[in-house]
Design a protein around this ligand. Structure first.
Ligand code: CA
Length: 122
């Protein structure tokens, strides 16, 4: 939406990110719990990856925001830049300076395995 000569003009083009989120929300409403979890993982990634730079990858700042907001209870909230640098380096498997969806899913899968081990430990 923009203002030109005092008149409000609505931009009808919908950013691809919004389409993706709409698909994810629709996905979540109509699907099984596992499929809902998949949709939520996708939506959570894009909530942060779309903030700056490449919309399809996480920068170090975006990763830090995601870790603190979404995984802070598991990993502990951190303002420690050295800790963020270490996690980022470990996740960036292809060393291209960003964390893509596959690298993010690897983190989530590993954390899920740790949680499963915790809950099934005898
Ligand atoms: Ca990468």
């Amino acid at each position: 939406m923009s203002t030109m000569n005092g008149n409000i003009k609505i931009n009808n083009s919908v950013p691809p990110f919004c389409v993706c989120l709409s698909v994810c929300v629709c996905f979540v409403v109509n699907m099984s719990q596992v499929q809902q979890a998949m949709g939520l993982l996708i939506a959570a990634f894009h909530k942060y990856s779309g903030k700056e730079g490449d919309k399809l990858t996480l920068s170090k700042g975006e990763l830090k925001d995601l870790l603190n907001a979404e995984l802070g209870e598991l990993l502990g909230k951190t303002a420690d830049q050295a800790k963020v640098d270490k996690i980022f380096k470990d996740l960036d498997a292809n060393q291209d300076g960003s964390v893509d969806f596959q690298e993010y899913v690897t983190l989530v899968a590993c954390l899920t395995m740790v949680c499963n081990d915790f809950f099934t430990k005898k």
